[in-house]
Design a protein around this ligand. Structure first.
Ligand code: 13P
Ligand code: SF4
Length: 304
């Protein structure tokens, strides 16, 4: 605890010296969330990255998130404290593979989940996150075909909510896709009063067991405002820190112990401090890719 306190103080000091802002996703370690200026889901973090007037953004998350910040704020220094923190789902689609798919369906609008590389975003028409995916798909003219990449689970959820058939990609999140309906049912037996909160990156069989399906921020808001005292949580374990913080007196049970994203846990306070000291690792995006990927992100941010 002393070490955490000391590192936190050192980071705060460095942050001021560098005029930096620290953004953290809710899947980050509790002590990393605590040192952050802004904690949020992917959508909130992109909005903040676009709006901040800090000179430096320290992104405590995974590579595609820092890349999105670099696309939105080309004049700022974007630091990703753990350079190797990637997203296995984002790696399931490459720009080359997508170009081939687009040739097969040349008229289709391509919707990219924000969990994609900048190079892939540059090939797409509009981005979405789990918080706005339904709205984004609804914003596309009814007569247009849609290719939705890369998360087939989120894609199936959005298709069921909007009634829009979409061509899906064979991609998934290793952390969420591993949750089985049996595990959720077992948790419900153990905690019969609990409501079930599920992230749409889970499989449709798991989503079908949910009392509420939403992005991480949506799930936290639901638990805060609902009268129920107990919840089964079907998303990454880092969310428990915010749930307990924001919902005093309530209990939360992870649907399975395997709900841990190793990439999200790779960022530590030591690495945050080091990144601010040496101003590395920096994430940049080549100009040509940046301009195209920016259009894709801006179209998303313009949908209200
Ligand atoms: P959000 O629900 O916070 O947008 O993020 C899901 C996720 O898996 C990010 O990697
Ligand atoms: Fe990627 Fe899933 Fe980890 Fe999010 S939780 S970063 S989608 S692997």
């Amino acid at each position: 605890a002393d070490k955490i306190r000391q590192l936190t103080e050192e980071i705060q000091k460095l942050k001021k010296e560098r005029n930096a802002i620290i953004l953290a996703h809710v899947y980050q370690r509790p002590e990393v969330q605590e040192v952050a200026d802004i904690i949020g889901d992917s959508l909130e973090l992109s909005r903040k990255a676009a709006a901040t007037d800090a000179d430096v953004i320290v992104f405590c998350g995974v590579h595609f998130m820092a890349e999105s910040a670099a696309i939105l704020s080309p004049d700022k220094v974007i630091l990703l404290p753990e350079e190797n923190a990637g997203c296995p789902m984002a790696d399931m689609v490459t720009a080359e593979e997508l170009r081939i798919k687009k040739q097969q369906l040349p008229e289709a609008v391509v919707v990219a989940y924000v969990n994609t590389s900048a190079e892939v975003k540059a090939e797409c028409d509009i981005c979405c996150t789990s918080a706005n995916a339904v709205k984004i798909v609804q914003s596309i003219p009814q007569d247009k075909e849609i290719i939705f990449i890369p998360d087939k689970n989120l894609g199936m959820y959005v298709a069921s909510k909007t009634g829009r058939p979409m061509t899906l990609w064979e991609g998934w999140c290793n952390t969420h896709d591993w949750v089985t309906p049996e595990e959720v049912l077992r948790a419900k037996e153990e905690h019969p009063e609990a409501l079930v909160l599920i992230h749409p990156e889970c499989r449709p069989e798991v989503v079908a067991l949910a009392d509420y399906v939403s992005s991480t921020t949506g799930l936290i808001k639901f638990a805060r405002e609902n009268e129920a005292k107990e919840y089964i949580v079907g998303t990454e374990s880092g969310i428990l820190h915010q749930l307990y913080k924001q919902c005093p007196g309530k209990e939360f049970y992870l649907a399975t112990k395997r709900l841990v994203c190793p990439n999200m846990k790779a960022t530590t306070l030591d690495k945050v401090k080091r990144a601010l000291e040496i101003m590395q690792p920096q994430i940049t995006v080549p100009q040509e890719i940046r301009e195209k990927a920016l259009a894709c992100l801006e179209r998303m941010l313009a949908v209200k």
